[in-house]
Design a protein around this ligand. Structure first.
Ligand code: ADE
Length: 399
């Protein structure tokens, strides 16, 4: 029996080594907001291993300093992040300002992911999607791809970043450490200049570049530049794989996310996808995707059948949500169960065995992954590490 998030958090300590001086943090524009919490962009001087340099960060805070539940939830998330440690596919903690916590102010400093959340990103790039599978869910051959390129006016060369998928473990590890060590090199004066510029343009997230796929073959910058805003099937597969990895890490630490969805996955540089909002998830509910269900607002369409009927959350219920996340990926950010808005109707249909179909853009094996994630019996669902392995082996056989 796994402990619920609330119970887990009670016993976690706050480690003072994470404390960051408030005066070294300059808050900027808002990046996102929910009912109780908000996230702003900020500049931090000398945060986590970045001595005397300025780093762009994201800062989570409560919306109202008098909301005790919201504050408690943020404290929980902070403690979970400290306990978790760093992983490439998780939005990592950089520090916290807890000195004014008695006044209701808590600032949790996390990595800034400049492409924002995956759901919005997918919708925004829907019209530039390069589909690499045919109508039967099979990967296109090079010749077919060439034909498709000709029709869409693109060159095969410019598509190479999408088709050359490399799941080499060594490369992943190298990218991982490179990623964790980068972004620390901006001198203060220089950063202040660019800081002013970005504050002036008021942009939430970089819009000008697309993150490159994790497994992109190193390509020349010109190719990257001319092929900016498209996403392709290989990107979607890459993100599905990375999120399985991140979730496998959470599961290995016995942390239940409870709200895995594309809106809670953030995109960083180099096509890196990161899981966000664990810990807050069951208390902090964004408007829109959540429905009142008993005690509070619930992300009904992402919830496992046993979570809906018995309020049971587990790593296996996270696996169910992962299936819905995959569906969101391959529909380029559609809302699940289109047209089904009544909770009781959704639950009734799920209990009768109804499940969503494989999206057209998904390779066949993702249909099988979804089906297995949505098994009625949680024990019959795959583990995140099995999902990881499956995606990996499939990719190797199609490259
Ligand atoms: N929106 C919410 N959290 C964010 C983060 N860490 N980086 C960028 N945008 C965000």
């Amino acid at each position: 029996q796994q402990l619920g998030l609330d119970e887990q958090v009670e016993i976690l300590p706050y480690d003072k080594r994470w404390e960051f001086p408030r005066h070294r943090l300059k808050l900027g524009v808002q990046l996102g907001a929910g009912c109780f919490g908000r996230v702003v962009k900020a500049q931090a001087i000398g945060v986590k291993d970045c001595e005397d340099t300025v780093k762009t960060v994201a800062v989570k805070m409560v919306r109202s300093q008098t909301n005790a539940t919201a504050l408690e939830a943020l404290i929980s998330e902070l403690k979970i992040m400290i306990y978790l440690g760093a992983h490439l596919n998780v939005v990592n903690l950089l520090g916290a300002c807890t000195k004014s916590i008695v006044k209701g102010e808590l600032l949790v400093i996390v990595e800034y992911c400049r492409f924002g959340n995956l759901q919005t990103y997918l919708v925004k790039h829907r019209n530039h999607f390069i589909n690499q599978v045919d109508e039967f869910g099979n990967f296109l051959t090079d010749a077919e791809m060439q034909e498709r390129c000709k029709m869409s006016g693109k060159t095969m060369e410019s598509m190479n970043d999408c088709t050359a998928v490399n799941l080499n473990e060594m490369e992943m590890t190298a990218q991982h450490s490179a990623h964790l060590n980068n972004e620390c090199s901006v001198p203060v004066a220089e950063a202040n200049r660019s800081n002013e510029a970005s504050a002036a343009d008021g942009l939430e997230h970089g819009d000008d570049e697309r993150p490159q796929s994790m497994w992109v073959c190193q390509q020349d910058p010109e190719t990257a530049r001319t092929h900016q805003s498209s996403i392709c099937t290989a990107d979607l597969i890459s993100w599905s794989f990375q999120i399985a990895r991140g979730m496998d890490y959470l599961a290995s630490k016995k942390v239940i996310h409870g709200d895995l969805a594309a809106r809670n996955v953030l995109l960083a540089d180099n096509g890196v996808a990161k899981i966000a909002d664990f810990g807050m998830s069951r208390k902090m509910y964004y408007k829109g995707n959540y429905k009142q269900s008993g005690q509070g607002l619930m992300p009904v369409k992402w919830m496992a059948i046993e979570s809906l009927t018995d309020r049971v959350f587990s790593t296996q219920s996270d696996v169910w949500s992962y299936g819905v996340f995959i569906w969101e990926l391959f529909t380029l950010g559609k809302v699940p169960y289109p047209g089904m808005e009544a909770n009781h109707e959704l639950i009734r249909q799920l209990e009768k065995g109804y499940r969503m179909e494989k999206p057209d853009f998904a390779p066949n094996y993702f249909g099988e992954i979804m089906t297995s994630c949505w098994k009625m019996d949680p024990k019959e669902r795959p583990t995140f590490s099995q999902i990881e392995e499956l995606i990996c082996s499939q990719m190797e056989s199609t490259v």
